[in-house]
Each structure stands twice: as C-alpha cells, then as structure tokens.
Design a protein around this ligand. Structure first.
Ligand code: ADE
Length: 230
C-alpha cells in the first residue's frame, strides 16, 4: 500500500512514521509513504502557498494553484483510490473506516494548514474528507500520521502476530479487556486467577465478559451499537 502526502511541513511526518511498526512495515515492503513538499509546486520568488481570505476573515488560506499542480503531477503517475483531505469538518476516523482504507492500494492525503485549502480544491479533487476528532490541530500532518499508523498496521503481514489486530479495541465494536504480565503479584495486587488457570475456554469467556463490561461502563455509545448489531 502506498500513501502520498502533500504537506508544507514534511518534517512533522518524519519521526512518527519511521519507527516501530511503521518502520517494519516499510522495511518489509508492505507500506510506502512519500511526502511531497507543497512549496516545491509554488511559483514566484517567495514560493507562496497561502494568501488572504476573500471576504476579509482572519487567517490565511492555502492557494489552489500549487495544490492543483502537485495533485495533477501525482495523479498523472498513478490512479488514487481516494484523495483525502484532513479537516475537522470531515467524517470521523474510526476503526471501520481504517479497515476499509487498509484494503486500498494508493491513497493521496492533502494536509490542511492555516484556515484550510481553497474550497475549489475540495470540489475539484477531494473524494474523502477525514477528521481525527472534534478538536482543531494546527495542521493536518498529525492527522495524516494517525491515519497512516492506524491504517498501515492493518495491512496483512505488518503486525508480527497476524491475529493481534483482530483483538484490538473496536475491532468487534467492543473495547479490549485488561491485560497483565509478570509478576503475578505486584505491590499486593494479584492478577485475576482465571488468567493463570491455563484453561483456554475459561480465559476466553472471562476476557469477553471483561470487554462487555468495560464497553458498557465506559462507552455507552459503542455499547448501544454493539447491542443493536449482535
Ligand atoms: N486539521 C485540523 N484539525 C483536524 C482534525 N481534527 N482532524 C483532521 N485534520 C485536522
């Protein structure tokens, strides 16, 4: 799978995507992430990528020409399954959307900055607008990094234990159960006995029960969804 990311601050994407699981995914050839500096597509002495808002609102807007030049160059080289714009007014990224996008081959991501991109770019090129939550970031790069990570780890072969993504929180509309490691007793707190029992059936039942209780207690919204779909 390949991500092309258009950004005015490529530095922000370097560290999060070059360590741990993302690094392994790239090393294994399962994930490619190419970051394109938008300023390289701007013309004029100052290579300006933003300009004043028509109508007089506060804050700058990303100019259409450099974005269009960059998107068109990339689109001439490959077909993108989606052209994604990171924005607080997009659809909320959730596990279902990550699952769906993890099946794609090529995704193009435009990172917004300032007050956002000129609306005509959205009309002309963007097929999907994604928000990572109801808060405002100073730029779309962190949202793009969250997307690459949450989608990239779902590509088959990226995680060591193929089954582990199946047991993530949200994968079946439930939160994950609590987990424990050694020592079996720490500062007077003991690991639930069932986990030490060696009885796989009992353990699975207990874990499922914990998932249900945790979801009911912490996320009534998810619990409702779970009850209605099962
Ligand atoms: N850009 C600014 N805020 C954002 C958010 N919440 N999600 C995605 N992109 C953003």
């Amino acid at each position: 799978m390949r991500f092309d990311i258009i950004s005015v601050l490529p530095e922000l994407l370097e560290s999060p995507l070059n360590h741990s699981i993302m690094k392994r995914a790239k090393d294994k050839g399962l994930l490619e992430v190419l970051v394109h500096q938008l300023r390289d597509y701007a013309t004029g002495k100052h290579r300006q990528v933003d300009d004043y808002q028509f109508g007089g609102g506060a804050g700058m807007v990303m100019k259409p020409e450099p974005l269009a030049a960059c998107i068109r160059k990339l689109q001439a080289e490959r077909q993108y399954d989606e052209v994604i714009y990171t924005s607080p007014d997009g659809v909320r990224l959730d596990q279902a959307l990550c699952n769906r996008l993890s099946l794609k081959e090529n995704l193009l991501v435009i990172c917004g900055h300032y007050k956002g991109v000129d609306e005509r770019i959205r009309e002309e090129f963007v097929t999907l607008e994604i928000s990572i939550g109801d808060y405002v970031l100073s730029g779309g790069e962190l949202a793009a990094a969250v997307m690459v990570d949450s989608i990239g780890r779902l590509i088959p072969g990226v995680l060591n234990d193929e089954t582990s993504a199946l047991f993530d929180s949200f994968q079946d509309d439930l939160l994950a159960p609590p987990v424990y490691t050694r020592p079996a007793e720490w500062e007077g707190r003991v690991v639930p006995e069932v986990l030490l029992s060696g009885n796989d059936k009992l353990i699975d039942e207990w874990l499922h029960e914990q998932s249900l209780e945790r979801t009911k207690a912490r996320r009534p919204d998810l619990w409702d969804k779970f009850v209605h779909s099962h």
